[in-house]
Write a protein that binds this ligand. Sequence first.
Ligand SMILES: [Zn+2]
Length: 119
Amino acid sequence: MAECGSCGDSIEKGEEFEHLGRTLCEDCYLDALNPPKACDPWAVHTAKSSMAQGQQLTPLQERILMLLKDRGPLTAQEVMSELKISESEFKNNFATLRHMELARGFKEGDKVSYTLFSC
Ligand SMILES: [Zn+2]
């Protein structure tokens, strides 16, 4: 019986798929065909959070991410006044987003702006 080259499950005869020289089960084959899009933070988030075993964003972290998605890049000041949060709230929550590779800061002249990681 064949074994999936990705997850290691045994595959029923006739249900194996070839992908880039590997034999995969149907689930892994579909995953391989549909990798998360580079500029879709939600797909990337879903992929990453399943790896991190269900690590969830807080509502505030999602709001920061949505704001950056719609309006970014923004400075910390702009994010804080838009969401009415303090600097420490922003820093703490942004650290999580950066750690999960969902958002990042970058230097623009002498100020720091924040944007989505993958765009
Ligand atoms: Zn598999």
